[in-house]
Design a protein. Sequence first.
Lengths: 190, 170
Amino acid sequence: MLRLEAMRAIYPLLAERVVVTNMGAAPAELFSLGHRPGFFYVEHSMGLASSVALGIALARPELTVVALDGDGSVLMNLGTFTTLARHRPPNLLHVVFDNEVLLSVGRSFTTATATGSDLAAIAAAAGVPRTGTYRTPESFAAACTAALTAAELAVLVAKVEPTGPASYLIDLHLLENRFQFERHLKGERR
Amino acid sequence: MPVSAASSRQLYEGLKACGVRLLSVLPETWLVHLVALAEADPEMTLVRLAKEEEGVGVSVGAHLAGVRSAMLMQNHGLLASVNGIVSLAQLYRVPLLMLVSYRGGFGEEHPWQTEGGAVTEDLLRALRIPYLLLARADQVAARLREAQALAEASLRPVALLLCRELMWEE
């Protein structure tokens, strides 16, 4: 499946929630589906999208936070699975789009998932209570819905093709995104 | 253990007085009492990390979500956090209050701490992070207040280096 198809399948779940993405293709594609003030794009600082999501989830238990990550990013911070599992916030869903390459530098730069490293299994072994790997938009969206309904920490891996948008630039400066997002979260306070 | 319980309490009370409600921590010897105080406090969310750089993400998330936080780590944890500090906290203009135990200076008996100690202040200067040395218990509350004020006004990381004189009782 294409990452864009997977993302489109869960977009209705994302639209009213707090979303934190990694850099590159995921923010560009999510932005193309429709930006919301609750979407925060962590451009650069690879590996930290799930850490930012954890900070939000622990600080604001009444919000539901979805982290949209990639295999290259999460491999730079595998310890995050152990930290997520240790704190086990029920309001956090960590999605990993796994295309088995560092796409932005070319398809020839494979990641360790191309040679068998299984991110869902690593997350499960780290103690994350709900994990899985999905290959169709339907099964992936169903798993995301189930995780959010169950209100249980989950790491769900969507296996996607190594293709992305023509450009990674989005028409929203990262500081504009940052202040809009902070203001949005302030407004969500009950 | 000769880690100063009195200074640890001063630091913890100072953090509470600043409104800090979330601490992201990777413990080390000098920080054990501080971590224990946070653990015993139902008002404090203690986030135990696998590696310090995660704490930059956690504290950035907490800030954007409207909760004041601080990072507690050793200076080698600061070294391990550099990309997160530069490409997240600084790039996105997020205040980050960092309490860093300053190992590897005069009096250090552990060889493995010495290289990190030697580069800590140069690193902070290279990153353009304002910092102060915290050596006296009677300065703790004021310095914490000032550090947080600067971090929030500048929307940037600020560091306090916790010195041997403050944290260790021979």
